[in-house]
Unconditional design. Structure first.
Length: 222
């Protein structure tokens, strides 16, 4: 499991540009409606609370995926089921690498499909704006953790093969921690990271690394 956790963290870290595009506006919205610019300590409390809520939603989704994977494994001979789940997870990781590298955009279709459900969840998040307390920021993170995202969906497929509810939750939580640097450093550091990752060579290297992780997942399954 340890190599999978390291891989999940790396996937979250390498998907940083996608996170900035999907969640960057939400992170910025945490300061909207403040009667005065928040102090540094208040700003970080809001940011940490929001991200704790977001990672909590990832962990909950991972628990569901891990439990579903366990049920699927129980419906077939264990070794064969584990191999099948590993192959499916590895293939999705390869597709994610192609997506991050800019070679294939099919995961955007998954995001559009998830938008059907998201339309019913998103109004809950809008009701929490403007954010005035860390608890409110936490609840906003819980809601926005279900934002349709090809990066998250691909890692959830990986969580299917994690081996159980707890393992799936842990894998998704570690993935969420990997996304934190880009979202917590939304200032100058995030701008620098974004400019680095937006370079074609950097994006392609990130994509190749994630694809290599996908191949490793398939290999370990056998």
């Amino acid at each position: 499991m340890a190599p999978d956790l390291l891989g999940a963290f790396v996937v979250g870290l390498l998907g940083g540009v996608h996170c900035l595009g999907m969640c960057g506006g939400i992170v910025g919205a945490l300061t909207l409606g403040q009667q005065a610019p928040p102090s540094a300590s208040r700003f970080w409390r809001l940011q940490l609370a929001y991200n704790l809520g977001r990672v909590s939603s990832y962990a909950a989704a991972g628990a569901l995926a891990g439990g579903l994977g366990l049920l699927l494994a129980g419906a077939a001979p264990l070794a064969r089921a584990q191999q099948l789940l590993a192959v499916v997870a590895g293939l999705f990781m390869i597709l994610l690498g192609l997506y991050l590298g800019g070679w294939w955009h099919g995961l955007a279709r998954l995001e559009r499909a998830g938008g059907v459900i998201w339309r019913h969840i998103e109004p809950l998040g809008r009701r929490l704006l403007p954010v005035r307390s860390p608890f409110q920021a936490f609840l906003l993170g819980v809601v926005w953790g279900w934002l349709p995202c090809g990066l998250v969906y691909s890692t959830l497929i990986w969580a299917l093969s994690a081996g159980g509810v707890g393992q799936g939750a842990l894998l998704m939580a570690v993935f969420g921690l990997g996304t934190l640097p880009n979202l917590l450093l939304m200032g100058a550091a995030a701008g620098w990271l974004s400019s680095v990752f937006r370079r074609p060579l950097a994006r392609r290297l990130a994509g190749l690394l994630v694809m290599a992780l996908g191949v490793a997942v398939i290999y370990r399954g056998f």
